[in-house]
Write a protein of this length. Structure first.
Length: 156
């Protein structure tokens, strides 16, 4: 793993806020020439430091129901758990899959249009899966903060 200097960290922080910023825009906040900035960004894309540029869509496009689903696995055998993880990762409703410590093994963030869609998801993805011992769901009342940005100033 390579080291990131202060310029790289600043560029990454700025790009996490606005991935469409041009090298000229970034040069206003980073003391490098636009060509040096473009080279650094290209290198970070090539080496996998930057893996994607995505649009973050607001909730104004329609009502959604968000649910946090805690899953306790029945067995920790690699094959059934791996198959469950593959199926969950392939589901468009599943935004996040986290392996966690504690009484549950997995935490999902699931986003669906409504309760009927959540019930259909839970029935097809969780209820009859042999790797799932039980699951509990908490529904999100209001999203106060949502980000995909890494806190780079804490990662030094």
């Amino acid at each position: 793993m390579r080291e990131w200097d202060a310029y790289d960290r600043k560029l990454l922080a700025l790009l996490q806020e606005d991935a469409l910023a041009t090298a000229e825009d970034l040069a206003r906040d980073v003391a490098l020439s636009p060509s040096a900035i473009a080279r650094r960004i290209r290198r970070m894309r090539e080496d996998g430091t930057i893996v994607a540029d995505r649009a973050v869509v607001s909730e104004r496009i329609g009502p959604f129901l968000s649910a946090m689903v805690d899953i306790q696995l029945d067995r920790h055998a690699l094959a059934p758990v791996g198959q469950l993880l593959s199926r969950l990762e392939a589901r468009p409703e599943v935004q996040v899959v986290l392996e966690v410590a504690g009484p549950f093994d997995l935490l999902l963030l699931v986003v669906v249009p409504d309760m009927d869609a959540f019930n259909a998801f839970a029935d097809s993805a969780l209820a009859d899966d042999p790797a799932v011992r039980r699951y509990e769901t908490r529904f999100v009342k209001k999203r106060r903060k949502f980000t995909t940005a890494w806190p780079l100033d804490l990662a030094k």
